[in-house]
Structure formats: structure tokens, C-alpha cells
Write a protein that binds this ligand. Structure first.
Ligand code: C5P
Length: 230
């Protein structure tokens, strides 16, 4: 049986949402966004370990939020995050159980991930070493310079928006984080660190449902979805 360690980074400040409460702790239909996200993974048979990353002041809060899950075969821990998302993951990696074949990283603020996407990422990561979900971009994307002038327009047909869970063989992810640390590289996702090792990353087609709650409009959408209105 494949054994999966899942890291959920939840140590962000939520500045872009403009709210006092950090995003993972905002409630939708009586449950926090973080709990909705955990609900999507807790029944996955491969899950052997769950590591939730929280800022120091929220560690106890997260511990009490996860106490309602009763999978006795899953080792659940809450670990402290860092200044940037990459620091948060880097710290969580120190606690990954060496018996796990795969490590998945999933943003706390993507509570609508679909099970079939997770399953496909697990199977592709087992086969190829690295798998991430994504969707083709719907808008045209432009590259701008510092003066807000267009420099170029990349061909849209090859552009994809990448989401989480990003899943990797354990040693590949460890090597990628070591390499990034030595090179002083900071990426906006975990896959970019793995790509820097020269490893091919497989993309699994996901859907728009798996959006990241970032702006107030995303929160509205999430409220409608949890309320069954969408
Ligand atoms: O900021 P961004 O939207 O990329 O955050 C994605 C996820 O990473 C969120 O769930 C957030 O809580 C988490 N994060 C973290 N530690 C940080 C910054 C973000 O765990 N220092």
C-alpha cells in the first residue's frame, strides 16, 4: 500500500483578503476553511500522515480544530510555519515520516479539491515522481516590464494555471528543497523547486472548482458553494 504524507500550509496572513482573521480560520457554513480542506483528504486510504503548518500564535487553535477527525491510523501533527510559504514547507519537511513514499502539499485555502484529481496525482506521482494539477488559462497572459508596458504575449495554448495538491516522491522533494536552499532560490510553488532538479513534472487536468480563496470575490464564491447555491 502506498503511504502518503500530506502537508497543509496554513500559516499565511491573508493580507490580500483584507480581513483580520487569517483565511484558513474563516468559517463557511459553521466549519473553517481549513476543516473543509482537511475533510477532502481525511478518507483517502493512502493517507498516513497529516502535517498542518500554522503560525506560532495559531498552533493551539489548529490543534483543537483537527481534534474532530478520528482516523486513528493517520498521524496528525501541527508544526510551526515561517515568513514565506517556502519556509513553512521547509520546516514541515523536517517532520515527514520516512515510511511515506509520497509527500503531497495542498494549500489550506483550496477547500474544493476533487477526490478524482487527488487520486490521479497520487498515481502519476508514484509512476513518474512528480505530479501537479492544473487548468488551461482562459485569459490571454502578457509579460509586462516595470513601466506597465507589454513586453510579449506568450502563446496561450501552452499556458496552464497550476494548483495544489502537488505530489512528489519523498526523496525528490527533499532534494529539491536542499537544492533551492543551497542556490538561494525562492519559487511560488513547490513544483518549481523540483523542476530546477531537471525532473519532469506531470500535469493532471483539474477544474476551476479547485480555486484558491485569495480575494473577497473568492470568499463570496466559496460561501455560495458551501451553501449549495452554486
Ligand atoms: O499566500 P498564498 O495564497 O500563496 O498562500 C497559500 C497557502 O500557503 C495558504 O494556505 C497560506 O496559509 C500558506 N502560507 C503558509 N506560510 C506562509 C505563507 C503562506 O503556510 N508564510
Amino acid at each position: 500500500m502506498i503511504r502518503l504524507s500530506l502537508i497543509i500550509p496554513a500559516a499565511g496572513s491573508g493580507v490580500r483578503l483584507g480581513m483580520k482573521t487569517p483565511k484558513p480560520f474563516i468559517e463557511l457554513g459553521g466549519r473553517t476553511i481549513l476543516q473543509h480542506t482537511i475533510d477532502k483528504f481525511i478518507d483517502i486510504p493512502e493517507l498516513g500522515q497529516l502535517l498542518i503548518v500554522a503560525s506560532a500564535q495559531n498552533i493551539d487553535r489548529v490543534k483543537s480544530l483537527v481534534s474532530d477527525h478520528d482516523r486513528s491510523d493517520v498521524d496528525i501533527s501541527v508544526v510551526e510555519g515561517g515568513d514565506e510559504r517556502q519556509d513553512s514547507i521547509s520546516n514541515a519537511l523536517k517532520f515527514v515520516d520516512k515510511r511515506c513514499d509520497l509527500v503531497a502539499i495542498h494549500d489550506a485555502v483550496r477547500p474544493f479539491i476533487e477526490k478524482n484529481v487527488v487520486e490521479e496525482c497520487i498515481s502519476k506521482a508514484m509512476k513518474y515522481g512528480a505530479a501537479i494539477p492544473g487548468i488551461p488559462v482562459k485569459d490571454t497572459v502578457k509579460v509586462l516590464n516595470d513601466e506597465q508596458l507589454v513586453e510579449s504575449t506568450p502563446d496561450r495554448s501552452s499556458l496552464w494555471q497550476i494548483q495544489t495538491p502537488q505530489i512528489f516522491k519523498r526523496q525528490i522533494l527533499f532534494d529539491a528543497y536542499d537544492h533551492a536552499k543551497n542556490a538561494g532560490f525562492t519559487g511560488t510553488d513547490d513544483s518549481s523547486l523540483v523542476e530546477n532538479l531537471g525532473i519532469k513534472v506531470h500535469v493532471v487536468k483539474s477544474s476551476y472548482e479547485n480555486f484558491k480563496i485569495t480575494y473577497p470575490i473568492d470568499l463570496k464564491l466559496a460561501e455560495l458553494k458551501v451553501g449549495g447555491e452554486l
